[in-house]
Design a protein around this ligand. Structure first.
Ligand SMILES: Nc1nc2c(ncn2[C@@H]2O[C@H](COP(=O)(O)OP(=O)(O)OP(=O)(O)O)[C@@H](O)[C@H]2O)c(=O)[nH]1
Ligand SMILES: [Mg+2]
Length: 232
């Protein structure tokens, strides 16, 4: 009897991710996978980020990942942008968004009308880092109340991302933590990881974050010889 062995358990997942990537490139949509522990402030950051991008006439959509509930999608509804909720609970309750979920969600979006797609991954500082979804940018949100040791204890996320948003800096006066120690620990894991101190609540750091997003989109469009959606 022959027993088939899947050589790479991620093979199937990566194949879906590559398909997503090709589709997103075709439409020139800069796609950002936002990852963090539960409650670091992803949805709060997203709401303010989308409002800011909309002011510059940049069109956004969101794929909201949660094990269960539509709570975060409902919070984003007032922004009036397309939001697709993916729940993993009916399919085994995975603790991360999978590339097949993204592939399914993309079918609900008008891709020719988008400049940015944000994927809010499921709150979890470990598993989401392991799965490529076809995104262009991987951003980890780490908030001050979580403690300075987190990059040392959960290193993969910090190795895999190309930006860290150090969030809730408005709380610094009330906490016994040091923003410098956070950055030191992040850089012990990944010396090249850019860190932006930010507050989704007060808007501190948003100028730098907006510049980063717009620069990355411009780089990505030019690197792939792509046209923005409105020119395609
Ligand atoms: N003080 C302060 N509170 C914040 C900030 N950002 C978010 N919060 C609060 O932190 C809590 C969690 O924020 P969310 O935006 O729901 O966090 P999340 O990462 O989306 O959470 P999950 O989707 O459940 O993983 C809420 O009570 C927010 O109001 C911030 O910059 N400063
Ligand atoms: Mg959220």
């Amino acid at each position: 009897m022959r027993i088939p062995i899947v050589r790479d358990v991620l093979e199937e997942s990566n194949a879906r991710a590559q398909e997503n990537h090709a589709l997103l490139n075709k439409f020139g949509i800069c796609t950002v996978n936002l990852m963090s522990s539960p409650g670091s402030g992803k949805t709060t950051l997203l709401a303010r980020t989308i409002s800011e991008l909309n002011k510059s006439a940049l069109r956004c959509a969101v794929i909201e990942g949660d094990i269960t509930s539509t709570l975060d999608s409902e919070r984003l509804q007032p922004l009036g942008v397309p939001v697709v909720q993916v729940n993993t609970d009916p399919f085994g309750g995975d603790c991360h968004v999978g590339s097949h979920f993204v592939q399914g969600a993309l079918k609900y979006l008008e891709l020719d009308k988008l400049d940015y797609l944000f994927i809010e991954n499921i709150g979890n500082l470990v598993c989401p880092a392991e799965f490529y979804l076809g995104e262009h940018e991987r951003v980890v949100v780490l908030s001050l109340p979580e403690g300075e040791d987190k990059p040392l204890k959960y290193p993969l996320m910090f190795r895999e991302c190309n930006l860290c948003l150090l969030n809730k800096v408005d709380l610094a006066p009330h906490l016994e933590v040091s923003a410098e120690r956070f950055t030191e620990n992040i850089h012990k894991i990944n010396g090249a990881l850019r860190v932006i101190s930010i507050s989704g609540k007060t808007g501190e750091g948003f100028e730098e974050w907006m510049t980063w997003l717009q620069t990355r989109r411009a780089d990505h469009l030019s690197r792939h010889g792509l046209k923005a959606a409105e020119e395609a």
